[in-house]
Write a protein that binds this ligand. Structure first.
Ligand SMILES: [Zn+2]
Length: 115
């Protein structure tokens, strides 16, 4: 499962940061594109499992889904591509050039106030 691997990588990165700062992480924001998209619930579940017994236990993840942008080859319109409705909103054709998909990123970690 894709989410399990991502959860483990993200956990490792957060633990490293937390050790550097010496405080507990509370939540984190992850962003992902459309081709490497994450399921929010599976991701939180996988993260909880990986984080059990670590400084990250009980953290909340927020996942930002970044839309994929495409340009229509026919009318040159740039639009946010919808996987479930793969037509150009301008001319309804189905030939596009895609912008690079957003990478999977750990954007932000919120830490507990140091005591
Ligand atoms: Zn078009």
């Amino acid at each position: 499962m894709h989410e399990t691997m991502v959860a483990e990588n993200i956990l490792r990165a957060i633990v490293e940061q937390a050790e550097k700062i010496g405080t507990r992480p509370l939540s984190a924001v992850i962003s992902c594109g459309q081709f490497n998209t994450l399921n929010d619930e599976i991701m939180q579940f996988a993260f909880d499992a990986a984080a059990a017994g670590t400084v990250c236990e009980g953290m909340t993840l927020k996942i930002k889904h970044i839309p994929l942008r495409a340009t229509c080859r026919q009318c040159k319109l740039m639009f946010e591509f919808d996987l479930y409705n793969p037509h150009c909103p301008g001319c309804r054709r189905e030939e596009f050039d895609f912008e690079p998909d957003a990478p999977l990123l750990l954007e932000e970690i919120e830490f507990e106030e140091p005591k």
